[in-house]
Ligand binder design. Structure first.
Ligand code: ATP
Ligand code: PRP
Length: 236
């Protein structure tokens, strides 16, 4: 892993020194996150919640804090490079990238799902995974998949996709998939069966380690506000 990710990559365009940037994933996590942000006292401009808004960076009613809305994998990239100092992303993303520069102090308890292995339902009953020496796997988590199968002495040939992994087995692209599962409805609708849970997933508050060292009061203050927001939610 690259351990040099302490500052934005391009020194000619440093991140704003004063304003703190919070990176949040667009999509499904945004609505689950909204009540928590409100309890933490973060009120972004109203179009932040509008998926149709073309704006990516939103001021909040705190002039020292802006929110940026990016893809969930990119939240980790922005925070690892210090372009955003804090962020929210799934444990699945942290497991996949394993950035040294990211510290994840809080489990936010939202975005609850699991990273699992699945295969066609008609194969699952008669397959014997202990006899595999090599498998093909469609996934957007190549590192998680490689590590998981390597630990079992199985060589995984990964076909990397960005979505619709569930199509891969029936179209002959891969024998298995490694993907997120929550209700299991997507697997079922596509004739697949979950055969192994690799990890349980929730979203985490993440911070850039260097920012935490250089601005401990500010970043530590935000961690404390999120912690208090979580405690007040669980006390209700
Ligand atoms: N079905 C689900 N149930 C609960 N949480 C989920 C589910 N799917 C994904 N997540 C969590 O939400 C995060 C973002 O997932 P989402 O599906 O919104 O983005 P994505 O489709 O992976 O991103 P993108 O559209 O940028 O490719 C994931 O990293 C995971 O932690
Ligand atoms: O078990 P379930 O409740 O059916 O949820 C699982 C689905 O949720 C995620 O996809 P998402 O809806 O985010 O779409 P994506 O293909 O854009 O990732 C994941 O990739 C699965 O396809």
């Amino acid at each position: 892993m690259d351990t040099s990710l302490s500052t934005p990559l391009d020194p000619a365009t440093p991140a704003d020194s004063g304003t703190l940037v919070l990176a949040v994933p667009k999509g499904r996590i945004l609505s689950e996150l909204a009540p928590l942000l409100a309890r933490a006292g973060i009120r972004p401009a109203p179009d932040y919640a509008d998926e149709n808004s073309r704006r990516l960076r939103f001021p909040t009613d705190d002039p020292a804090l802006d929110v940026v809305r990016v893809r969930s994998f990119d939240v980790a990239t922005f925070v690892a490079h210090g372009a955003a100092q804090i962020g929210v992303c799934g444990a699945d993303v942290l497991m996949e990238f394993d950035y040294d520069q990211i510290y994840a102090p809080l489990d936010l308890g939202i975005g609850r799902c699991r990273v699992s292995v699945a295969e066609p339902a008609e194969l699952a009953g008669r397959d014997d995974p202990s006899r595999w020496s090599r498998v093909t796997v469609a996934t957007k988590y190549p590192n998680i998949a490689q590590r998981h199968f390597a630990a079992r002495g199985v060589q995984a040939e990964v076909v990397e996709l960005n979505g619709a992994m569930e199509l891969a087995p029936s179209l002959g692209l891969a024998r298995l998939i490694v993907d997120l599962v929550q209700t299991g409805a997507t697997l079922k609708a596509n004739g697949l069966m979950e055969t192994e849970v690799i990890a349980h997933v929730t979203s985490r508050l993440i911070v850039n380690r260097t920012a935490l060292k250089t601005r401990p009061e500010v970043i530590g203050g935000w961690i404390a506000r999120f912690r208090a927001a979580l405690a007040s939610a669980s006390a209700r």
